[in-house]
Design a protein around this ligand. Structure first.
Ligand SMILES: Cc1cc2nc3c(=O)[nH]c(=O)nc-3n(C[C@H](O)[C@H](O)[C@H](O)COP(=O)(O)OP(=O)(O)OC[C@H]3O[C@@H](n4cnc5c(N)ncnc54)[C@H](O)[C@@H]3O)c2cc1C
Length: 370
């Protein structure tokens, strides 16, 4: 196990404080639950498990607590790059998460959590069906010809949507989650887990939220990187989200608290995290064509991240055989898998965590019966 000293060095102050105080508020004899993954999916799952089971000892273990993929995300609520994940599940998870952001937005924590309610314009090259999530976002409607003309200087788009949605900036929201975890009494450890088996002796249920890391952690070869290259520019006059299907590629402009994110690339199977000159130039060029005022915006940051792609989100309970009998007689351990959220970790995390809680409770109930 990683020492508390290690956590103090590597984790955020909130994590260190929680761990240093040894503050898991588990009742003696309560279930011991370990969540692997310090991105938005793991932090949210750990928080909601602790909220639902206050008597449990909940430990979050992650190789990285800073600079995860979740930190780099602009945090737009829009289900995206989710493969064949059924629309019913996406809408259930996404709807619950949308309602969570609404509560956060109306609370005193909105600024700390980086939650912004914004208008959204989606410009399309062809007419197609409305998205399955159109009923979740307020005010979804088709753009009028006048709006299309105003937001499409090149006149190439034939259709578009308007809606209102949330942006919950990854960097700030993760920090907010860390504070919630510390206050709830979760313990944070920073270290790499080579195999879930190593966690089995000290825990009753494991929760796998390792994102792209699940490929190695549980040998899931269907997990793949989806490379994304974005720039952050200083453009305080832009307070609204635009997504344009340009002729050559997609272009999005997403306001965050201090910067505006412009992107981006969606490259399946590409795991190169080095920025590429040609892509940088293309991203800037497309964004300036969609919104010419961006020519005046200074580029302040560049980032390439890897979305955790999968043919569909994996959210299920399995009994993992341990290949040996532990001292307490167990030869398997329940594992709740919650990973593969592609480009939509932030729109789905709160809802996926609700299902994760139910599966953890189911696993604990089964354990009691045996
Ligand atoms: C350019 C770009 C823009 C994006 N924009 C948006 C957006 O606007 N809105 C949105 O919702 N999403 C966006 N995304 C996608 C979003 O970032 C992901 O969906 C989300 O971060 C996935 O969260 P996660 O917790 O599953 O993974 P991660 O954030 O990658 O976290 C995985 C965690 O697991 C840990 N881990 C992995 N393996 C191990 C191991 N073996 N042992 C211990 N710990 C381990 C890691 O250290 C890390 O803490 C964007 C992504 C990119 C690249």
């Amino acid at each position: 196990m990683a020492s508390q000293q290690h956590c103090r060095r590597g984790c955020t102050a909130a994590a260190a404080a929680a761990t240093a105080s040894g503050s898991s508020s588990a009742t003696d004899g309560g279930p011991r639950i370990c969540v692997v993954g310090g991105g938005v999916i793991g932090r949210t799952a750990a928080l909601r498990i602790k909220q639902a089971l206050p008597g449990a000892a909940v430990t979050l273990v992650a190789e990285k607590y800073d600079d995860t993929t979740s930190h780099g995300a602009a945090g737009l609520w829009k289900p995206f790059t989710l493969g064949d994940t059924p629309a019913e599940a996406v809408n259930r998870w996404g709807g619950e998460t949308f309602r969570h952001y609404m509560q956060l937005y109306q609370s005193a924590d909105a600024a700390a959590a980086g939650t912004i309610l914004t208008s959204a314009y989606q410009l399309l090259l062809e007419r197609g069906p409305d998205p399955s999530w159109a009923g979740i976002v307020p005010g979804f409607r088709h753009l009028t010809p006048g709006e299309l003309a105003a937001y499409d200087p090149e006149g190439v788009h034939v259709h578009g949507w308007f809606y209102t949605t949330f942006i919950t900036e990854g960097r700030l929201y993760l920090q907010w989650l860390m504070g919630q975890l510390a206050a709830a009494g979760c313990v944070m450890e920073q270290r790499r887990v080579e195999s879930l088996h190593e966690l089995a002796p000290a825990h009753d249920v494991l929760v796998n939220c390792a994102g792209l890391g699940a490929r190695q952690l549980v040998g899931d070869d269907s997990v793949f990187p989806v490379r994304g290259h974005v720039l952050r520019v200083r453009a305080p006059w832009i307070r609204h989200y635009t997504n344009s299907q340009c002729l050559d590629s997609d272009c999005y402009i997403i306001p965050n608290t201090d910067t505006v994110v412009i992107g981006g690339t969606v490259q399946k199977g590409d795991s190169d995290t080095a920025p590429r000159d040609a892509e940088r130039a293309a991203i800037l060029d497309r964004a300036r064509r969609v919104l010419p005022s961006l020519a005046a915006a200074e580029v302040v940051r560049e980032w390439v991240g890897l979305r955790p792609g999968r043919p569909s989100v994996r959210l299920e309970l399995e009994g993992m055989p341990l290949g040996q009998r532990l001292e307490d007689g167990r030869d398997s351990i329940p594992v709740v898998h919650n990973y593969g959220h592609g480009g939509a970790g932030l729109p789905l995390a709160w809802g996926c965590a609700a299902d994760t809680v139910q599966l953890v409770q189911q696993a604990l109930a089964q354990r009691q019966r045996h």
